[in-house]
Write a protein that binds this ligand. Structure first.
Ligand code: SAM
Ligand code: GLN
Length: 287
């Protein structure tokens, strides 16, 4: 089959199976690149047999709603490659925005010297690796309750040549036990309310321990808000990802549990409330 015919065929199949059509080209570009095959030059030609077989097998899985990242075995995040499988959340584009904002805050509040950071619930290690790579002054710790996730995160740190210390355990408990003191605490906790319905590709293929945050989705924020001051320096900030519909509940929770802090909720590029920043001892952090 020619490249063009194969693409058309699977785009039609995708449309019929409720899978976004763009997935076809995204997947093909990815596997063709692995073979160092310039797709655009050869688009009107016959597909090499091996590539065609790989494309077909992969597309059949994608048509059954399996995430493309699982078929490939990796996903791109902030320009870095992360190995992923059913044990970790596939890193999301919204979380790249969180990273960009954290890096800007580090520049603003801690312009010199070492910056001690922790990523709670690191999953694939996407946030921890990205921040450590992008800001060489950062000393990064990362935690997760899932030992399988920690193994993936360690592999991803190694593959990306990032230096990170990993700890297993429940939320802020490991750094408390280690007597750590941080400038920055980062956390993208599971925040989906437990009764919310979700797409098949997420609910059937991604780990539930990475998704659900109790009845109102806020259980893990409560846990961090309760313990955070034990591991934070007097001048420090926290950065969280949050659900687009949690603004009011979240504001109430921060005011109630951390009345001494300044905080702001920022939108992602889709205009949805997505990031919570909480500042301690930082003058004029929120203008
Ligand atoms: N940080 C990654 C990212 O942004 O792509 C993964 C975020 S995922 C939404 C939440 C992560 O928290 C999962 O890796 C999950 O295993 C971990 N987690 C769930 N419950 C936890 C707990 N009680 N203590 C520590 N980590 C937990
Ligand atoms: N953004 C993810 C989703 O909608 C959930 C991530 C999380 O709970 N932190 O699938």
């Amino acid at each position: 089959m020619k490249f063009r015919e194969a693409v058309k065929h699977y785009e039609k199949q995708c449309a019929e199976n409720g899978v976004p059509e763009e997935t076809v080209m995204a997947f093909l570009v990815e596997i063709a690149n692995q073979e160092r095959y310039n797709l655009y030059v050869h688009y009107e030609e016959e597909m090499p047999e091996e590539l065609e077989a790989q494309f077909q097998t992969g597309m059949e899985r994608i048509l059954k709603q399996e995430p493309m990242a699982h078929v490939l075995g990796y996903s791109w995040f902030y320009g870095y490659k992360f190995l992923v499988d059913g044990d970790v959340l596939i890193p999301r584009p919204e979380t790249e925005e969180l990273c960009a904002r954290i890096l800007a805050c580090i520049d603003r509040f801690f312009p010199e010297g070492e910056v001690h950071c922790v990523d709670i619930g690191t999953g694939s290690g996407a946030i921890a690796v990205t921040i450590a790579k992008e800001e060489p002054r950062v000393r990064m710790d990362a935690t997760d309750i899932s030992l399988e996730a920690l193994e993936k995160a360690k592999a991803n740190a190694r593959e990306n040549d990032a230096e990170i210390s990993f700890y297993a355990g429940d939320m802020v408990k490991p750094p408390i036990a280690e007597g750590k003191q941080y400038d920055v605490l980062i956390c993208n906790p599971p925040y989906i309310p437990s009764n919310e319905s979700m797409e098949t590709s997420v609910i059937e293929f991604e780990p539930h321990v990475a998704l659900f945050g109790g009845e109102d989705g806020l259980q893990f924020y409560r846990s961090v808000f309760t313990d955070c001051r034990k591991v934070l320096k007097p001048r420090s900030f926290m950065a969280f990802e949050m659900g687009w519909n949690q603004r009011e509940a979240m504001s109430r929770l921060v005011k109630e549990m951390l009345p001494e802090a300044q905080f702001e909720i920022r939108k992602d590029m889709n205009g949805k409330d997505r990031m919570l920043f909480v500042y301690f001892g930082l003058e004029d952090a929120v203008k």
